[in-house]
Design a protein around this ligand. Structure first.
Ligand SMILES: Nc1nc2c(ncn2[C@@H]2O[C@H](COP(=O)(O)OP(=O)(O)O)[C@@H](O)[C@H]2O)c(=O)[nH]1
Ligand SMILES: [Mg+2]
Length: 362
């Protein structure tokens, strides 16, 4: 960063070294082996050395549902934890087709090429594999960014519930940070619970909107708009520009009516066009400004701490649920309980009570 920003507090270097290119010797050594074939120490060293191949294998372990993989993944994440946490974590959400992947591609190129940052892109979208990326000219491959040596693009895990995928993404964020990435961009489709899930793992929440499509049509609920730190109206070029400007004023008025944020940050509305690389720098400037402001006023730390606590609680919930469902006595009793509840011959509460009793008595 230089020039006009040099006097600004925003120009403070982030202090994370860019990840080096793949270490060819290590890559050859590890190339044909599966993650489980090499030791925890080797994997941790590889990650801390910024080796993409090792990082990818470690993420595969994190995403695995086999218990021995989980065990190994947990140890790796634990070892990486002291080296993580220093990136700017940004969630990018909006309906399919709004332009999330396209924006991330252009923003990512700006961050790496113009600002010298290193960028990891993760996706939380278990449904994307179903459509195979064919809907609305999906740009999820991010051709340029994928080929960029300062970037790492990891597609969404192909299996699992939203909650499960989100939990794995949190661990993946930590691994990417330990590998030296100073910026983590998380793309998620803005339907259902995914926005609040992403909100619970990022520092900054960017909501993308289309001009003139109507909020209902975009499935954007008030609660999601309330979470946004920045609302960017996409595809604001050519004939769309004027409509986007009208929408900008409308959204600005709407945002004024929301209660003020705990972060004391005033959410903004900006226009952007990934096609014309327009408005991209402004988006990043807002994110940096937010980073500075919330670090100065203490909100950044408070938010990260609260997030860590809720990750712990959610992990316990998932683990308990999984152990419960896997227990032989519960599995034996469950079909009967389900059909009696469906038939209306047993109340859901009694059924749950009997299942819990069976679990405890095992
Ligand atoms: N005209 C125009 N089209 C865009 C822009 N950004 C994305 N698109 C197109 O919108 C479609 C969906 O984009 P994509 O990035 O895959 O959206 P996502 O589903 O939100 O990730 C693709 O056909 C893109 O080429 C833009 O700034 N201008
Ligand atoms: Mg996409």
């Amino acid at each position: 960063m230089s020039g006009s920003q040099s006097k600004s507090a925003l120009s403070v270097a982030k202090g994370v070294d860019p990840p080096p290119a793949i270490n060819p010797t290590l890559a050859r050594k590890l190339g044909s082996r599966k993650a489980k074939d090499y030791g925890k120490g080797e994997i941790v060293d590889g990650i801390l050395g910024g080796d993409r191949i090792v990082l990818s294998r470690a993420i595969t372990l994190v995403e695995s549902s086999r218990s021995e993989d989980r065990q190994m993944a947990e140890e790796i994440v634990e070892a990486c934890l002291p080296h993580s946490g220093s990136s700017i974590r940004v969630g990018v959400t909006g309906v399919p087709g709004v332009g999330k992947s396209s924006l991330i591609e252009v923003l990512g190129m700006h961050l790496t090429d113009d600002l010298g940052r290193s960028v990891a892109v993760l996706a939380i979208d278990p449904s994307s594999q179903v459509s195979k990326g064919s809907i609305l000219g999906d740009k999820s491959r991010m051709e340029f960014l994928s080929a960029n040596p300062r970037a790492y693009v990891r597609p969404s895990p192909s299996r699992g519930s939203l909650g499960g995928v989100a939990r794995k993404t949190r661990e993946t964020v930590l691994l990417c940070e330990a590998a030296g990435f100073d910026t983590v961009l998380i793309e998620t489709v803005g339907v259902g619970q995914s926005e609040s899930t992403v909100h619970s793992m990022v520092d900054f929440f960017l909501l993308l909107m289309l001009a003139g499509a109507g909020d209902e049509l975009q499935g954007i609920k008030r609660g999601i708009m309330e979470m946004a730190d920045l609302l960017a109206i996409t595809k604001a070029e050519g004939a769309n520009r004027r409509r986007a400007e009208v929408a900008k004023r409308e959204y600005e008025n709407a945002l004024h009516l929301f209660p003020s944020k705990r972060s004391q940050w005033y959410p903004r509305v900006l226009l952007c066009s990934a096609a014309e690389s327009d408005g991209i720098k402004q988006i990043w400037k807002a994110i940096e400004e937010h980073d500075c402001q919330t670090k100065a006023n203490g909100y950044w730390r408070l938010n990260r701490t609260e997030q860590a606590k809720s990750w712990m609680e959610e992990t316990i919930e998932y683990e308990l649920h999984d152990t419960f469902m896997a227990s032989p006595s519960v599995r034996r009793l469950l079909p009967a309980m389900e059909s009696r509840v469906l038939a209306g011959t047993l109340s859901p509460f009694s059924a749950a009570r009997r299942l819990l009793d069976a679990y405890r008595a095992k």
